[in-house]
Structures are given as C-alpha cells and as structure tokens.
Ligand binder design. Structure first.
Ligand code: CMP
Length: 139
C-alpha cells in the first residue's frame, strides 16, 4: 500500500529567486498538509550525506556545492499516495522535460538547480524526513 508521507526541500535557486512562497502555495493547493517545516542551510558535508546515494555520479560534487550554497526549506508532507502524487506535482528532474504547470517547469533553472526535491519512494521519504526532523518537530 502506498504511504501517505513524502519529504521535500525548496532548493537554494528557488529560495534566492523569491519563489518559496509561490511553491508552498502550490503544494498546499494540491492537497498536501505540511506536517513539519524548517528553513536551514546545509553544510557541504551534510549535503553530501543527504545525497550519498549519488556519490559515484559525475554531478555529485557540484550538487553538494550547490545544495550548500544557500538556505533551503525542508518539509514533510502528508496526503494519500504522497510520494507519487508529489512527483507528479513537481515534474521531471530536468525542467526541459517537465510537464506544463509543474513546479519545476515553472521555477527550475536547470537539471541541477531544479527548484525542489521530492522523495522517490516511501522508504526514502521516511529516511529523508528523519534526516531533518525530530519527533517534536512534526505536527
Ligand atoms: P533531486 O530530485 O533532488 O535528486 C538528485 C539531484 O541531483 C537532482 O534533484 C538534481 O538537483 C541533481 N541532478 C540529477 N541529475 C543531474 C544531472 N544529470 N546533472 C546535474 N545535476 C543532476
């Protein structure tokens, strides 16, 4: 059965461009409830831990530098079928391939600076949420 929680980050490019509010509005209007939320800045080391699964990829070093270049907003979101529905809302990793009306189509600058993260599975959603939030920070 599909889980009902996912994890997201508004990434540094979208924060810098002043698009966090518009993105969070789209998320809420799509029916996701915000269970946890914080604005924070990752160190390059913490960004590397978060994206450890991509360690061998050629873009890993750039990705960790970019993800630690400015603040992000991390959130745990709740909705039926959360992971899959959220990935539909954000669109493809590469904004050039993202569908019209998706968050990445509207706000992403490039395949790397792609405005927003969304977990790819229920298990990673739980791990990623735990990476940022204590139990006392979830509502
Ligand atoms: P995200 O969905 O957060 O997961 C991994 C991130 O790596 C991805 O979004 C992009 O920011 C980045 N990424 C994925 N593929 C590439 C690529 N081919 N080149 C550069 N960055 C990438």
């Amino acid at each position: 059965m599909a889980g009902n929680r996912t994890f997201t980050m508004v990434k540094p490019d979208a924060m810098e461009a002043g698009n966090a509010g518009a993105i969070i509005k789209m998320i809420q209007e799509a029916g996701f409830k915000i269970v946890a939320m914080k604005m924070t800045k990752l160190s390059e080391e913490r960004a590397g831990q978060f994206y450890a699964v991509h360690k061998e990829r050629p873009f890993y070093k750039d990705l960790t530098a970019y993800m630690s270049s400015g603040p992000i907003i991390a959130m745990i979101l709740e909705k039926n079928n959360a992971v899959e529905d959220f990935r539909k809302l954000i669109g493809a990793t590469n904004p050039a391939e993202a569908e019209e009306g998706t968050i990445r189509k509207l706000f992403a600058k490039s395949i790397e600076a792609n405005a927003i993260h969304g977990s790819d599975a229920d298990e990673t959603a739980a791990q990623e949420g735990n990476f940022f939030f204590a139990e006392t920070e979830r509502f």
